[in-house]
Design a protein around this ligand. Structure first.
Ligand SMILES: [Ca+2]
Ligand SMILES: [Ca+2]
Length: 896
């Protein structure tokens, strides 16, 4: 009944009552009843007219932002997206993911939606969950810091993470940049946002990544559970049969089926685990907590998403239907996903996963009176399921299960011999997980159907519904809805990166050195830690007649993720040096193979002071002007790609290719000096693969290494306690370091002690404050004062002077005579035998050690002066100071 009808009925009853006094009592009774009904209906109506509040927890993969944009385009009086939290232990890295979400929301005019990521809290040995746990690690790996292993995450190909972090290079080409961005210690954390939004009232949660954030929220805040009305999950496979990867019936014997008819979709991990799906495998224990929470759950597993693969007809229809910026962004991303897909089965194996889930969810919510989840897009069925978190036999301690191993009382008080007490898959090649016949037996992350109280009754999507319009080329009902909603002219994006500026113009800046005789050729090898960018500024400021920076090669085996290469391009753009090539190095340390087990890199924190900050340059990367050069996933058959993309002429140059091109163009008799500011992966590869390296390399300056002179004289790999005397750059790729230090190259080492001797924030800042205010001096001042402030504010930033020390190599290489460097020649050797307690350690070995020049100290005052003065020089200064300046230029009519 409608409210107005009801009110009308009530008022008519009133008039009747006035007319017939005889029946007064009876009438009054009816009036009261009618009024009550009226009020009740009115109240119901008010509740119903309020929009459904939604919180989306996402791992910011491509189809995640399909889902996000679909939700954002819905009528806001019906569905209101209240917040987004980011799952940071899956397909994307926190710093890149959060800024991409901010940019999408800016494009859509939704800067009001809070975004939560990270947090520095930990989980204690006894299972006590401290506030604000960041969710960078699955609960089983979670300890007191954000550094840790990758037992589940290694299923995600790390090379693919580069593509997702940068959205194949489209993110910075397409998305406009607003004022919101990650900023250290100011970023709302995932837990804060969850608590805020869930305590504010009834809400529905969508989870389209791993379950870590929400599980931690539930474990920590059980009293807020009552506000969560429903959880919609994309994840798992219950009865699914993977439709791809099988050899056709008449296939030749050379056909190698990747996987056939199994439940899961871990294409990197079928051999050990044919049951799990990526989202649930990301953190099986967390998914268990969520699904067993008692909150009503609807699951959209592979059972259903396998029935809505992106087929050629949909792809073509989408290509023709790009009437909004959001539709364009989605289509272009999808096209790159297709063009770079690893096999030829894109159209059968790339499904509408998260976006389909968002469609099913909102359609069910529209019919919320219906208990069986009827909806427009999927057939539903109740199933009794659980999430497998460990493998039988239970209660056997084999060292794989940190919830039980070494605990008298199991963590979180888990039941001894219970479902969580078996073998937990340790990695992709866990021998426990493969049976003798080669078949995988581990089930971690499997959303398994079970009988009785072991499981939970969950509404499960089983099939995508066909399009009722059978004449349409779109064969699924959701395909049509997705394209309609995304192309809807309302609540649409206002512009993209280029169209927001009336006078946008793409410019590449290249210097004109005229007839100057260029100085010593240098190649700078960096791992994109904060100090490396300062060293890069410094190298660019040295007179080209003295130092000629020929190339930058980056090692993503250190402090930053590969996608951070864009920050290098942006800095070069600022300095007018778009002529300097940038090469991307290998993603793995030398003695690791794909899939990597993160053996060394796990010592770097994911959160504050670690990847989150490096990937965003401590929140300052977005102040740099945006370069037209950036990482691109464009590729061609010629270079071994599965197929040509739209622009096969564009391709990300690799470190070794850049090296070769520099060597090729070298003037006769001239040699290159190399400065390494990160792990030695690139340099070791050059030595191994290029036999002429010793004849073209003049000398090498290695920033890193440590020789301790006393027990108190510790290194900087402080998250591994087995050996506290190592230095990070050598530790991160010990085998590479060993190769470099066994080579015949002329090496100058700038070890930790020399760096520490010259790493006073206050003194360098004092000098920078007094120098000429070039844009680069201002940026360096800003970055260093931020590092300094963070160091003083929060214990996670205690190591900030490590990055200040990184500038020293560039200054020593430049060779200012006022520095008074004291060098000592020492015979040294680097240990790299695969033993965690020794790898990366330097030992002095009089017999077998290689003689290396080791910097003992410089005059720190001269060093600070030199750095600050050089940055203040007007020559070779920035050609465009900042992103703001770039915006101003593109917004104003150019002169002439
Ligand atoms: Ca996802
Ligand atoms: Ca570095």
């Amino acid at each position: 009944m409608d409210v107005t009808v009801c009110r009308f009925a009530a008022s008519r009853l009133l008039r009747v009552e006035i007319g017939i006094r005889k029946m007064l009592l009876q009438r009054t009774f009816w009036v009261v009843i009618a009024l009550i009904i009226g009020l009740a209906v009115a109240k119901l109506h008010i509740v119903d007219s309020r929009p459904h509040r939604i919180l989306l927890d996402t791992d910011v993969d491509t189809d995640d932002f399909f889902a996000l944009l679909y939700i954002l385009k819905l009528n806001r009086s019906e569905f209101e997206l209240e917040a987004i939290t980011i799952n940071a232990n899956a397909w994307t890295d926190a710093g890149h993911a959060v800024n991409q979400i901010y940019d999408i929301l800016y494009m859509m005019g939704r800067d009001d939606i809070p975004v939560g990521v990270g947090g520095e809290g930990g989980i204690l040995e006894d299972g006590t969950i401290l506030p604000d746990v960041g969710g960078y690690l699955p609960i089983i790996e979670q300890g007191n810091s954000t550094a840790g292993g990758c037992r589940y995450r290694q299923a995600i190909p790390i090379g693919r993470r580069l593509d997702i972090d940068s959205n194949y290079g489209l993110r910075k080409a397409f998305l406009p940049q607003g004022s919101r961005k990650y900023s250290p210690l100011r970023q709302p954390t995932a837990q804060q946002v969850l608590i805020d939004k869930i305590s504010a009232g009834p809400i529905t949660i969508f989870i389209t990544g791993g379950h870590t954030n929400f599980a931690i929220f539930l474990l920590k805040n059980p009293h807020l559970k009552k506000n969560v009305k429903h959880i919609y999950i994309m994840g798992g496979g219950v009865r699914s049969r993977n439709p791809t990867g099988c050899c056709p019936r008449n296939a030749s014997s050379s056909c190698e089926p990747i996987q056939c008819g199994d439940r899961g979709n871990l294409f990197t991990d079928f051999i050990s685990n044919p049951y799990a799906e990526f989202n649930i495998f990301g953190d099986p224990f967390a998914a268990y907590q969520v699904i067993h929470s008692g909150i009503p759950v609807t699951l959209v597993p592979l059972d259903a998403t396998n029935t809505i693969p992106i087929n050629e007809d949909f792809f073509k229809a989408f290509e023709k239907s790009q009437h909004t910026y959001e539709a364009q962004y989605c289509f272009q991303s999808l096209k790159m996903a297709r063009d770079t897909w690893f096999d030829d089965q894109f159209y059968t194996s790339y499904s509408m996963w998260d976006s389909f889930t968002s469609g099913v969810a909102v359609s069910i919510m529209r019919n919320s009176h219906n208990k069986n989840g009827e909806n427009e897009f999927a057939e539903m069925e109740y199933m009794n399921i659980t999430v497998v978190t460990s493998n039988e036999p239970y209660g056997v301690h084999d060292g794989s299960n940190p919830f039980f191993d070494g605990h008298k009382v199991p963590k979180f008080n888990l039941e001894k011999g219970g479902v969580h007490s078996g073998h937990v898959q340790t990695g992709l090649r866990d021998p426990f997980c493969t049976m003798q016949n080669g078949k995988g037996r581990c089930q971690d992350g499997y959303t398994k159907e079970v009988k009785g109280s072991q499981g939970v009754r969950v509404l499960v999507a089983t099939r995508a519904k066909p399009n009722p319009d059978t004449s349409s080329e779109l064969d699924r009902a959701y395909f049509k809805s997705f394209l309609d909603v995304l192309n809807h002219p309302q609540q649409t994006g206002k512009f993209n990166f280029t169209t927001q500026f009336r006078y946008y113009k793409e410019v590449l800046y290249k210097p004109d050195f005229g007839s100057k005789k260029l100085g010593k050729p240098i190649v700078f090898d960096m791992d994109m830690s904060a100090g490396d960018f300062l060293a890069l500024y410094y190298l660019l400021k040295l007179p080209v007649e003295v130092i000629n920076l020929k190339a930058v090669i980056v090692s993503p085996t250190g402090w930053a993720n590969a996608a951070t290469i864009d920050v290098v391009y942006d800095l070069l753009h600022m300095m007018g040096r778009d002529d300097i090539p940038v090469g991307l190095g290998d993603i793995f340390a030398l003695n690791q193979t794909d899939p990597g087990d993160c053996k060394y890199i796990k010592v770097i924190p994911q959160g504050s002071g670690g990847f989150l900050d490096s990937d965003t340059l401590y929140g300052l990367a977005r102040h740099l002007p945006r370069s037209p050069r950036r990482y691109t996933a464009e590729n061609s058959l010629k270079f071994g790609a599965p197929r040509n993309t739209d622009h096969p002429e564009l391709r990300q140059p690799l470190a070794l290719e850049i090296w070769d091109s520099i060597v090729k163009k070298l003037e006769p008799g001239s040699k290159i000096s190399i400065l390494t500011n990160g792990p030695l992966t690139n340099l070791a590869k050059i030595i191994r693969l290029r036999k002429n390296s010793s004849s073209v390399i003049q000398d090498v300056y290695v920033v890193g290494g440590h020789i301790n002179h006393s027990n108190l004289d510790k290194g900087n790999v402080l998250t591994v306690h087995s050996n506290e005397y190592r230095e990070m750059n050598l530790y991160l790729d010990p085998l590479a370091a060993k190769i470099v230090f066994e080579s015949s190259l002329d090496i100058t080492l700038i070890p930790l002690n020399a760096q520490r001797n010259a790493s006073s924030f206050s003194k360098i800042l004092q000098r920078l404050g007094r120098t000429n205010k070039t844009p680069e001096a201002l940026f360096a001042y800003r970055l260093l004062s931020r590092l300094y402030r963070l160091q003083q504010t929060h214990h996670r930033y205690h190591h900030m002077d490590t990055f200040l020390g990184e500038i020293l190599g560039a200054v020593v290489l430049a060779g200012d005579s006022f520095l008074n460097p004291i060098l000592q020649i020492k015979p040294i050797k680097v240990l790299a035998d695969g033993a965690e307690s020794k790898d990366g350690q330097i030992v002095v070995d009089e017999k077998q050690g290689k003689l290396v020049k080791m910097l003992q100290a410089v005059d720190p005052v001269a060093y600070y002066d030199n750095f600050a003065n050089q940055l203040g020089v007007n020559k070779q200064s920035a050609v465009i100071g900042s992103f703001d300046e770039q915006r101003r230029i593109w917004s104003a009519q150019p002169n002439s």
